[in-house]
Design a protein around this ligand. Structure first.
Ligand SMILES: Nc1ncnc2c1ncn2[C@@H]1O[C@H](COP(=O)(O)OP(=O)(O)OP(=O)(O)O)[C@@H](O)[C@H]1O
Ligand SMILES: [Mg+2]
Length: 341
């Protein structure tokens, strides 16, 4: 298989610029300035930037939902408003506007009909997607009763109904709790493993770092940084060594060796887990031992949390919890999600 660097360009923008105009047609907000971007087959590309930096504008231009002021955008080498291209794209908007009185099955069936899917294929696809996004138990409830996270999940399922080759996700983790976020990230990685090309935008740095191969950072409509996540976040002027627990004497020896070589020890000690891993572990344990609650002084709670942190670090790989969702999902994978990169 081609590596993403060598494979074909699926999404391309050239000098893409959008200046919103006011009611009178006067130029008002320069939302995107001369964006040049290439996204290749099979990669997950993250568009990162603070609120108002032009992420959604870029996506809408790509999808042909907005006209550019200048420049162009191409998907599969064609203009975004080409109908043959639209069938091959799945889009999760910032907010999904779905019919509130339909349930999950009816919603997906409706969108399957829009794509002229035969009934038997539609039924299977709807069931698979509902299971994939963890809504099996809620599949017959009207969407008006759905929580924010459940709405996000059905929005994703709807975006995938036509089994698209390109998936564009605008803030996919908005409204999800930490478990939902982890599951959404695993789902995105699962879609990549199926060969999909994914463009997602977010202002949540951890989301992007965990799943994206490459990122572009937008600020005030301008692309400020572009590159592979692993290269961008690497701190090249430091070396990190991770071992099993060392005795004080060994630590001292290591320190001496390092100092004798002329380098400086900047930190030595136990690593900390992330709050995300700790949270996921607590939820998983709560599911295994229903009814157990932390009581008593903060001091004992602190030590319990420290213990949890220790094992959370070692159990990161199964961080995505079955406790929260209805079903096991094919997208579940390891915490870092770096496989296959
Ligand atoms: N329809 C519109 N009319 C006028 N200005 C707009 C319109 N849509 C967006 N803008 C402006 O364009 C700029 C970029 O907006 P955009 O929605 O692309 O940002 P974003 O990066 O998606 O932000 P967020 O993280 O808040 O979703 C902002 O200054 C915004 O106010
Ligand atoms: Mg936006």
């Amino acid at each position: 298989m081609d590596t993403p660097e060598k494979s074909e360009v699926i999404i391309e923008t050239r000098n893409l610029t959008k200046i919103y105009r006011d009611f009178w047609g006067r130029r008002k907000v320069p939302a995107l300035k001369a964006l040049d971007l290439e996204i290749r087959k099979g990669e997950i590309f993250g568009l990162l930037g603070p609120n108002g930096s032009g992420k959604t504008t870029t996506i809408k231009l790509l999808l042909g939902l907005l006209f550019p002021t200048s420049g162009e955008s191409l998907i599969f080498g064609r203009a975004a408003n080409d109908v043959s291209v639209k069938e091959r794209i799945g889009y999760l908007p910032e907010e999904s506007y779905l019919y509130r009185f339909l349930n999950a099955e009816e919603t997906l069936d409706f969108y399957g009909r829009l794509f002229d899917m035969p009934a038997a294929m539609r039924r299977q696809r709807v069931a698979d997607l509902i299971e994939m996004v963890g809504l099996t138990r809620a599949r017959r409830r009207q969407l008006k009763e759905y929580s924010k996270g459940m709405t996000r999940r059905i929005g994703l399922a709807q975006a995938l109904i036509n089994d698209p080759e390109v998936i564009i996700l605008d803030e996919p983790t908005t409204g999800l709790d930490p478990i939902g976020i982890r599951e959404m990230k695993d789902l995105i990685l699962h879609l990549k493993s199926e060969g999909k090309t994914i463009l997602m935008c977010s202002h949540l740095l951890a989301d992007v770092q965990d799943v994206c191969d490459r990122i572009g950072v937008l600020y005030q409509g301008e692309l400020k940084e572009l590159g592979r996540v692993s290269d961008l976040v690497q701190v090249s002027d430091r070396t990190e060594i991770c071992t099993s627990t060392l005795s004080d004497a060994t630590m001292q020896k290591v320190r001496e060796v390092i100092e004798a070589s002329g380098a400086m020890v900047q930190a030595m000690g136990h690593p900390t887990t992330t709050l995300e891993d700790l949270f996921l572990k607590i939820i998983r344990e709560s599911d295994a031992h229903p009814g157990r609650r932390v009581r008593g002084s903060d001091e004992s709670n602190d030590s319990k949390l420290a213990d949890s942190a220790k094992s959370a670090e070692s159990e990161k790989s199964t961080a995505s919890s079955d406790a929260h969702s209805d079903d096991s999902k094919p997208g579940k994978s390891n915490k870092s999600g770096k496989q296959g990169r």
